[in-house]
Design a protein around this ligand. Structure first.
Ligand SMILES: Cc1ncc(COP(=O)(O)O)c(C=O)c1O
Ligand SMILES: [Zn+2]
Length: 424
């Protein structure tokens, strides 16, 4: 079949093994296939395309002998076998911490935090961008670009700089200042757009359709990009000793991450790398941008777009591309999609910091607050092994907590002044 959305240089000949064990693109709606390229929409039905594979036999030992980053899972990603050797950010293999204190406070017996703030640009986006960068290179693209709610901007600008590729990043003009600066510092082109993320995303899709050789990581190379999120599922499973968690709580913006963690789990099972066991996937949204939670609670299959209004700007996607698939995953696994207020988000940030010494950005606050709500409302089993994701670093959204935390006292540098505070 032919494909309708093309933006790679037409004459490009792919090198052998450019996409590892990936063999084609498959429509998630009608199952039609397309050849590997910078395509994201099915020519038959306009459904989203994802990567199809012919996986080789892979063993746990082989993976464990690989590099301590996402490339240990190379056979399960659309990247070449020599990927670890080309300049990249080497994301992944972030810590999975046993959250005894948080678990005790919430009444959850067996709780873990997957802390993805430890990635090179301090969010999980380094994972998806690393895979998209590989695709952009193999397809001979000239510009590495994205529309972003902030973290993706950081990751694209940094990865492009390291790979020596021109980058162009589009952000809403009301983004948190630290996210603007930590993108601009890498020296690529940063464009602030007067509008919200959904406006920025529409503009990016238009540019992707008009310009040749532009790889918009989450638009025309989205099938490759989204595969990077599988590595969160792979790592959690490996770090638990090759065991699937029973419950996972994941933040939802476009919904790509949540659906790919599920895909990662099922691939591990089908490859015999992990024993099949039931798991439930829960999604977390901020109330001010909760189109997927609303659809879940209303029993709808269609996600009705909203105009975002929340401090959790990284999750402020009002028209989520993967929304319907998130609903499928939550319903199929017996999970749920829940939402929390901005006040609860701030409480969530402070709760995680106070109990586990992990400072999350607002997206992490959403996820921790949702975990709390899910257990309080009886939707989450407090006795089942649970992993909650912190996907970004609190240093990028400092202003969110600025009115809530600070010094207990400001004193003269004398012992008397110190004892006078009554804090000793
Ligand atoms: C920190 C953080 N967590 C989670 C997400 C959600 O990602 P997705 O769009 O894959 O749902 C984002 C998206 O920007 C993010 O920045
Ligand atoms: Zn289709």
């Amino acid at each position: 079949m032919s494909t309708s959305v093309v933006s790679s240089p037409a004459s490009r000949v792919l090198r052998e093994g450019a996409f590892g064990s990936a063999v084609n693109l498959v429509c998630r709606e009608c199952g039609a296939t397309a050849s590997l390229g910078a395509y994201y929409a099915c020519a038959e039905c306009f459904g989203p395309l994802e990567i199809g594979y012919d996986f080789p036999a892979v063993s746990r030992e082989q993976i464990e002998a690989g590099p301590k980053n996402i490339w240990r899972y190379q056979p399960l990603l659309p990247v070449p076998v020599d990927i670890a050797g080309s300049p990249n950010m080497e994301p992944g293999f972030t810590r999975l911490i046993k959250a005894h204190n948080l678990g005790r406070e919430l009444g959850i017996r067996n709780l873990w935090v997957k802390d993805d703030s430890g990635n090179p640009t301090h969010s999980f986006k380094d994972r998806v961008v690393a895979v998209a960068l590989s695709a952009a290179r193999e397809l001979g693209m000239k510009v590495f670009a994205c529309p972003s709610t902030g973290n993706l901007a950081n990751a694209v600008a940094a990865a492009g700089a390291r790979a020596g590729m021109k980058t162009v990043v589009f952000i809403p003009d009301d983004l948190e200042r630290p996210k603007v600066l930590t993108t601009a510092v890498y020296g690529g082109t940063l464009i602030a757009v007067k509008g919200n993320y959904d406006d920025v995303n529409r503009l990016a899709s238009e540019i992707a359709g008009e310009e040749d050789g532009w790889a918009f990581v989450n638009v025309n190379v989205r099938p490759y990009y989204s595969e990077g999120s599988k590595t969160l599922g792979f790592e959690v499973t490996e770090q638990l000793g090759w065991r699937l968690p029973q419950q996972v709580v994941i933040p939802v913006a476009s919904g790509s991450q949540l659906t790919k963690v599920d895909k990662g789990f099922s691939e591990l099972v089908s490859l015999g790398l992990v024993e099949e066991a039931p798991y439930k996937i829960f999604g977390a949204q901020a109330h001010g941008c909760s189109p997927v939670a609303a659809a879940f609670k209303g029993g709808h299959d269609v996600v009705r777009p909203v105009k975002p209004d929340t401090i959790a700007k990284s999750l402020a996607i009002g028209n989520p591309a993967d929304g319907p698939y998130v609903l499928d995953v939550a319903r199929r696994t017996g999970g749920a999609i829940e939402d929390v207020t901005d006040e609860e988000v701030l409480d969530g940030i402070q709760l995680l910091a106070r109990t586990e010494g992990v400072f999350a950005e607002t997206a992490g606050g959403v996820t921790i607050a949702t975990l709390k709500k899910l257990v309080e409302t009886g939707q989450l089993d407090p006795d089942a092994e649970t992993v909650v994701f912190n996907t970004g670093d609190g240093l990028k959204t400092l202003d969110a907590v600025a009115d809530r935390v600070g010094p207990a006292a400001t004193i003269e540098p004398t012992y008397a002044a110190f004892t006078g505070t009554g804090l000793s």
